[in-house]
Design a protein around this ligand. Sequence first.
Ligand SMILES: *[C@@H]1O[C@H](CO)[C@@H](O)[C@H](O)[C@H]1NC(C)=O
Ligand SMILES: *[C@@H]1O[C@H](CO)[C@@H](O)[C@H](O)[C@H]1NC(C)=O
Ligand SMILES: *[C@@H]1O[C@H](CO)[C@@H](O)[C@H](O)[C@H]1NC(C)=O
Ligand SMILES: *[C@@H]1O[C@H](CO)[C@@H](O)[C@H](O)[C@H]1NC(C)=O
Ligand SMILES: *[C@@H]1O[C@H](CO)[C@@H](O)[C@H](O)[C@H]1NC(C)=O
Ligand SMILES: *[C@@H]1O[C@H](CO)[C@@H](O)[C@H](O)[C@H]1NC(C)=O
Ligand SMILES: *[C@@H]1O[C@H](CO)[C@@H](O)[C@H](O)[C@H]1NC(C)=O
Ligand SMILES: *[C@@H]1O[C@H](CO)[C@@H](O)[C@H](O)[C@H]1NC(C)=O
Ligand SMILES: *[C@@H]1O[C@H](CO)[C@@H](O)[C@H](O)[C@H]1NC(C)=O
Ligand SMILES: *[C@@H]1O[C@H](CO)[C@@H](O)[C@H](O)[C@H]1NC(C)=O
Length: 724
Amino acid sequence: MKKLQLHNKTYSKVLQMHCLGVALVLMVFCLPSPTSSCTEQEKDSLLRFLAELSQDGGLSASWQNGTDCCKWEGITCMQDGTVTPVLLPSKGLEGRISQSLGTLAGLQYLDLSHNLLSGGLPLELLSSSSIAILDVSFNQLNGTLHELPSSTPARPLQLQVLNISSNLFAGQFPSAIWKAMENLAALNASSNSFTGRITTQFCNSSPSFTLLNLRTNKFSGNIPQGLSDCSKLRVLRAGDNNLSRTLPDELFNATSFEYLSFANNDLHGVLDTANIVNLRNLITLDLGGNIFSGKIPDYIGQLKRLEEFHLNNNNMSGELPYALSNCTNLLTIDLKSNHFSGELAKVNFSNLPNLKTLDLYSNNLSGTVPKSIYSCSNLTALRLSTNHLHGQLSLRLGNLKYLSFLSLSKNNFTNITNALQILQSSKNLTAVFIGYNFWGEILAQDETIDGSGSLQVLDMQGCNFSGTIPVWILRATNLQMLILCGNRLTGPIPGWISSLRHLFYMDVSSNSLTGEIPLTLTEMPMLKSTDNATHLDSTVFELIVYNSPSLQYRMITSFPAVSNLGNNYLTGVIPPQIGQLKALAALDFSFNKLSGEIPQSVCNLTNLQVLDLSSNNLTGAIPVALNALHFISAFNISNNNLEGPIPYGGQFDTFQTSSFNGNPQLCDSVLTQKCNSAEAHQPVILSEKRADYKMAFVIAFSAFFGVGVLYDQLVLSRYFGKSY
Ligand SMILES: *[C@@H]1O[C@H](CO)[C@@H](O)[C@H](O)[C@H]1NC(C)=O
Ligand SMILES: *[C@@H]1O[C@H](CO)[C@@H](O)[C@H](O)[C@H]1NC(C)=O
Ligand SMILES: *[C@@H]1O[C@H](CO)[C@@H](O)[C@H](O)[C@H]1NC(C)=O
Ligand SMILES: *[C@@H]1O[C@H](CO)[C@@H](O)[C@H](O)[C@H]1NC(C)=O
Ligand SMILES: *[C@@H]1O[C@H](CO)[C@@H](O)[C@H](O)[C@H]1NC(C)=O
Ligand SMILES: *[C@@H]1O[C@H](CO)[C@@H](O)[C@H](O)[C@H]1NC(C)=O
Ligand SMILES: *[C@@H]1O[C@H](CO)[C@@H](O)[C@H](O)[C@H]1NC(C)=O
Ligand SMILES: *[C@@H]1O[C@H](CO)[C@@H](O)[C@H](O)[C@H]1NC(C)=O
Ligand SMILES: *[C@@H]1O[C@H](CO)[C@@H](O)[C@H](O)[C@H]1NC(C)=O
Ligand SMILES: *[C@@H]1O[C@H](CO)[C@@H](O)[C@H](O)[C@H]1NC(C)=O
């Protein structure tokens, strides 16, 4: 029974390989016979492999010397007892790979992927005269890949598929080694640290070479011209390397390409070459993250099979060509962060019925949103933010039944009342970013506007809206993030806020809100509970909203729990119940008119990373137990009227004096005032409200966001000094 399962697995794997265009021999049709038993020599080789493992994942239970090795876990034999596949993926194996496996004369398929194997890859496996598929991906193998010794017999090697991806290999990538591999069809060396140039040896020696994946390594130099000799090469992935210079013209001779990616390198030059029409089989073209300049050539329209088109983060300019409308199979157009200009209406989007993602963030596009976009009925993500578009939203937006991500921030759209009415008819919207538009309009309070039940993120920051926090927000019952900062909203923080049962990120800072902090704010369910079980379904944004060297924010739940009421005119005390909001990572009440003491209960907020209570009228002593908040990295209580000693120990020892400045009655060894010293108090210099707020918040928040690129106006754009 067990063997049959193994066999089926082999079979489907082999079929997958076939789909790659890899012709595979035998092995598929030879059912293991119950009478088969392996030879002593094979058993011996396998036992030597087992002996070199430091952790065998329980293999030794069935791998017993006294038994038939054809019945061992992971082993399948042919009728004559020859061991053909050895399939041991994800078995928790540790230790070195023994060269003894190279002596299994009938071994055709060796899968050791997803283990913790270390050491080098024995050359005996590469030079085996039987192995056709060798998959050691996702291990911790290291060292370099050596050239084969000259003693290697001249007979052709059988290797067809070699997957050494996701290991720790480093050093110069070998080139001569491939000469002997006439049958090589797929080489996957992604996610290692190989250096040197891309070799094209395969193109000459392996006539059926189909797939080359060198992604995420340290390859440098130019893209070799010889690639055009790879007449069967369909997939070439070389993104995330250090490749430089221009694309060689010869590259465009390779008509076989279906998938071509050189994303995130240092390539430059213009793409305006007629040769591009040779790539008529291309399905994916990814040249994002380079320094390409010039226009998108009209020839692009000849790539009729194109589905994925990525030219994001380059130096491209000019108008979007009408010809793009001819690529009728397009699913994704990603041209964000370039200098494209002119009217978006140049492209007839009606011809792109399959389009799912259109990302034109940060260009110089003008005009209105073309009507043809509304006929892309499969659109799920539309990002037009940071351009010069204007006009009102069209009712036809409601046609986009699958639209779940919409970002229009930082344009010059008008009529928020109209926009909100239209957005509520888009029933599938989960994330809406419309900040920095509708300048100075009145935020509609009209109760007929219905919050959409699917809405999870609503960003309407920086619009200088007047009015109050509108009650229709209450109907967005699944709202998780609400961003209303940078407006002129007046009135109180509404008591109904705790009815939004999923809300964990609220930023209403930099408005003109008045009144006291409502007690219901301390009842917000998502902020009270640190129980992960109550945490939300982790909706994935259709597009990445924040990108830093270490993080890509795609999931709503990767954002921290935040309550930001800073820079308003709030009065009264900080309610002691604030200590209930145990999930909070950032609490910012700065630049208000709060009075009374810092409640002791703040010391219960053990997840806090940012605590900013600066520039209020707080009095009394600093709660000593605050030094037990181990995660705090940004702390500010400056410019209040606090008194007494500054606690020490814990995180307190890491805070600068600027965290405490402007409290004349505080004393400490850090400040100029020693406790019990009789020296005159320094005068309080109360900083100018509002002007300082931005900087204070930058410092507080860079604590967990670090420096990165924010693609949507979402949280922090204004704090990184980027001119979005
Ligand atoms: C397996 O058993 C045979 C015969 O009993 C013996 O010769 C051989 O050394 C054993 N192999 C190992 C690896 O123990
Ligand atoms: C390369 O291998 C990795 C994992 O080993 C796999 O995820 C990836 O799809 C492969 N790439 C190609 C182009 O086959
Ligand atoms: C290894 O790479 C090959 C070829 O790219 C691919 O077919 C196979 O699925 C990969 N193995 C794993 C474990 O991802
Ligand atoms: C390959 O490209 C070069 C340069 O563009 C061109 O001169 C040559 O004719 C092309 N060869 C083939 C076979 O298409
Ligand atoms: C970007 O493109 C412009 C105009 O096309 C060009 O003048 C400039 O040199 C390019 N910058 C880089 C870094 O290539
Ligand atoms: C855009 O394409 C559609 C469908 O092919 C066509 O009906 C329409 O006339 C075109 N619009 C323009 C402005 O060319
Ligand atoms: C943006 O486009 C306008 C015309 O629409 C043009 O005048 C301006 O120079 C462009 N700006 C940049 C930075 O390309
Ligand atoms: C709404 O969006 C979800 C996921 O984003 C999708 O699975 C579903 O089909 C969409 N529903 C409609 C009616 O478009
Ligand atoms: C934005 O649009 C308004 C109204 O259409 C117009 O008065 C204003 O000049 C535009 N602002 C910019 C920066 O284009
Ligand atoms: C704004 O939109 C509303 C609702 O669609 C409409 O009644 C109103 O006339 C629009 N205002 C302007 C100035 O276009």
